[in-house]
Structures are given as structure tokens and as C-alpha cells.
Design a binder for this molecule. Sequence first.
Ligand code: PLP
Length: 373
Amino acid sequence: MTEKTALKKVRFVSPAKLYKTIKEEIDSAYFDVMNKGALIDQQHLKDFETNLAKFVGTKYAVGVNSGYDALMLSVKYRVKSAEDEVIVPAHTFVASCSAIVNAGAKPVLVDVAKDFNIDCSKIEAAITPRTRGIMAVHLSGWMADMPRILEIAKKHNLWVIEDACQSLGASINGRGAGSWSAAGCWSFYPFKILGGYGDGGGITTNDADFAAWCRRMRYNGEDRATGEYFGHGMTCLLDNMQAAFLDVKLRHLPSWIVCRKAIADRYKKELGDLPNLLLPHYNVPGFDHIYQNYTLRAKEGDKFSSWMKEQGVEVLTQFRKPYYKHAGLGLKDTGFPETEALSREVCSLPMCVEITDEEVGYVIKTVRAFYGK
Ligand SMILES: Cc1ncc(COP(=O)(O)O)c(C=O)c1O
């Protein structure tokens, strides 16, 4: 049997395969929750929040139902008028932008740079008298340039929050993503570096008032100690069961990050000679990439990604169609050349701790075969 027939498919991620490696711990968390009947706002959630805050490097963490909820609440807390403008990258998951719209503000899109994150040299041109905040987005495990963003924000008196949904564990000069701004927003969607067994999200912050507000808003505006409603809230707590699972996985995260970096190094070593590929190794001093995704650019765009899929390698092409080009979102396309260019070429290779060396080898062989190497 050849390697190709032996390995019919390399999955982008395999949650069931990963589960088997930590089955005992996950099962024990499940039975603990079930035996206690501890379902909503219980100790597992409190423990996970304490451990998440510690991991990120903030005083508080608040578990919510999704990354979107984390973003929406973080923007809503700061929006004062429907005229308020918030800067957001043109290349990101649509939820970053939708959170701004649904929180009652206006998104102002800014193009990204070669590293897929907001191009800081273009932020000031997008600032108007109505600009109130910047949503920095850290894509794929690589942080946006927070020192520069904070400098710009300070100069123009703007608040900053981080969409860190793809970058748990990333850092700049040792300071963790999600701890640089007023709010770090997290997604525990199953495919994330810390993925639950269903939707989940979180907010990290050093602001006690904001943390308390989020705790009320995630529970219909109610202060659970007094029963008083402090505003019209939502129902978006992180499930206690999910929190119990995530707490188990969080303990493994440091070693999983080491594993991801090793896979990224191997991709670099064995694909680095191919001139039509732009690999995600940016080498900025102090910046630490944790490779939530291994997102490259291939000059051949769809031809490349289709080839990978035909050979049984699951790749992601997020996003071939930039979100602002979807008519239903009602956004203006004011011209984002880098976003346009990378959208044609973007392709993420399989990257997860459950992938085997043999599978990584097959991915590499498949890429090289596309280029006749
Ligand atoms: C950059 C980014 N922002 C926001 C989100 C939204 O997170 P969720 O799917 O948990 O709502 C995601 C994840 O899907 C994301 O990758």
C-alpha cells in the first residue's frame, strides 16, 4: 500500500482523536458535573474563570456563550451613541464586525498587512471625530502590534479591545494576548486552540466594574447576589459543563503550544524553499506565534487549495470572499488591496496536536507535489 492510499484523508482537526488522549480527565469532569447536577453558574465555571485569568495574565475572566458574545458585550459596554465609530480590520471573521454593529456602533474597516493583522500604518487615516475605539484582532495565533495600537489609541483618546479568539497563549514581550487592553475576547469554539465540546467564550479584563457588568449582562442583567436587574441583558453564560471540560484542556495548553510550534517548524523546514508560498513566519522580536492556524499564501489560490482537497488534505481558505463584499451585511467596500490579494491566496494547512508525524509528512508531500518537487 502506498502512503497515499494508506492515508485517505488528513483532517484539519480531529476532536474525537484528541478526546481519546485526555479521555480519563474529560470523563471524570463529565461525571463530576453530572453527579453534582451542577449545570448553571457553578464551581466549575468559577474555577475555569480563575485559571483562564491566570493563564492570560488578567485579574478577571468572565465565561460567556461564544466569542461573539464576548465581543458584543465588550463593545456594548463602551458605546455611547449610534454615531460612535469603531475601527476593525477588513480581514477577520465576520463576528468581529457584527459585534460592533449589534452593539449599536458603526464599524470602520482598515486594511491588513502581510501578517494578516491590521495595518497599523493605515489606522490614523481612518480616525474621524466620531471614532471611539479600536478592535485589535489577533489572527491565527499571531498578535496584532499592540504597542503601536495602544500608542495610536492614547494619542487619539480611544478605547481598545482585543478580539483574541484565535490567539490564546500568544504574547508580545511575554505579555499575553487578551491582557493588553480593556477587554480580551475569547472563543472556545471546538476548532480553537482551546476548544470546548460545543460553543463557548470568555472575556478577560483588569477592570472590576466591567467584569461585574459582564457577569450581570450574561444573566439577563441580574445581580445574582441581590436579584436586582441592572439593565436589559442576555442569556449567555458559559455552560458549567463546558467550563469543566475547558479547565481540563487548559492544563494541557502549554504543552500543546509546544507541539504546534514544532509542527510549524517542520512545515517551514520542508516547504520554505517553495517560492510561490508565503509561510507564516514573521520573526518580529518579542512576538510569539502559537499557530492556532498555519495560514499561508499560495500564489495559485484556488488551484492550490483544490489540489490539496483532491489529495485528501483538509485545508481552510478563510476567507475567499471578504466579509465586506457580502451584500447582506450592508458594508462599504472602500478598497482594501491587501485583504483582496490575500483572500485570493489564503490557505491554512492542517494544524492540531492530534495530527501524526506521518500525516504532516503527507501534507508536505502533497504541497511539494503540486509544485512538481
Ligand atoms: C477572529 C474571530 N473572532 C470572533 C470569533 C467568534 O467566535 P464564536 O464562534 O465563538 O462566536 C471567531 C471564531 O469563530 C474568530 O476566529
